[in-house]
Design a protein around this ligand. Structure first.
Ligand SMILES: [Zn+2]
Ligand SMILES: [Zn+2]
Length: 250
């Protein structure tokens, strides 16, 4: 399994990365985890615009899903349109929410380009991948994902505060893409996001092979995020996410 970080900027695009998007490839099958603001552009550095086989959305905050609207344009009006509908695994409100964001009525909505499949906690097959979705700790319906294939596993936190379910999803994973939106300071809101230290604590509890700190908010000093992570008790390799970074879990 090959994991490419397309976008890792938290909450909005930064100068060096779009918002959340991760490309997972196995046996020629290409799946996206999130399609946040700006990510459709950077995605085309890695694969063709029409080479996406499935999309999974952790939650419906704009920085995780909004480029579905632009992608609808590409698949509906592109040179060889209509293109086959792409399955989009997402919270049940996705079709109505994203149609509204696009500015179209509910019926017919984005279903001309996408087959929306409502997410619920549990495991299911998508192409060569087994995806396990679990509810994480965020103010809206939000999932973390564990994706396994060929004896390897990657876990993506989505957006979450401290969360036992994230530890379960990440247990023994080869790679944990864990959000680190906050830097350590007094008075941080609970049940929203993690600091680097908290991300590392989750990585330690789950005993993952590698931790990549992601959902990095542009106004933070990222060296501080990395320094925070060094105090989380995780003794494996860890680093900051970077748009364009590739992890080959073969
Ligand atoms: Zn976010
Ligand atoms: Zn969010």
């Amino acid at each position: 399994m090959k994991v490419t970080i397309v976008g890792c900027s938290g909450s909005f695009p930064g100068p060096d990365s779009p918002a959340s998007c991760y490309l997972l490839e196995k046996d020629g099958f290409r799946m996206l985890l999130d399609l946040g603001s700006g990510s459709l552009g950077a995605l085309q550095r890695h694969i063709g615009l029409y080479e996406v086989d499935a999309i999974c959305l952790t939650h419906l905050h704009a920085d995780h899903c909004l480029d579905i609207c632009g992608y609808h344009v590409a698949r509906t009006y592109g040179p060889a349109a209509p293109y086959p509908a792409v399955p989009v695994y997402a919270p049940a409100a996705a079709p109505a929410r994203l149609s509204a964001a696009y500015g179209m009525p509910d019926e017919p909505g984005l279903e001309t380009a996408f087959d929306f499949v409502p997410l619920e906690p549990g495991s299911f097959e998508i192409g060569p991948f087994t995806l396990t979705a679990g509810l994480v700790n965020h103010p809206v319906e939000a999932y973390g994902f564990r994706v396994a294939a060929g004896g390897k596993a990657v876990t993506y936190s989505g957006d979450t505060g401290e969360c036992d379910e994230l530890v379960r999803l990440a247990a023994g994973a080869d790679l944990l893409l864990c959000e680190a939106s906050f830097v350590e300071q007094p008075g941080l809101p609970a049940d929203l996001h993690l600091t680097g230290r908290q991300a590392a604590e989750h990585a330690a509890k789950a005993d993952v092979g590698r931790l990549v700190l992601t959902h990095l908010v542009p106004w933070n000093d990222q060296a501080t995020v990395l320094d925070d992570a060094s105090r989380g008790g995780y003794d494996g390799p860890f680093e900051l996410a970077r748009s364009g970074a590739v992890y080959d879990l073969a």
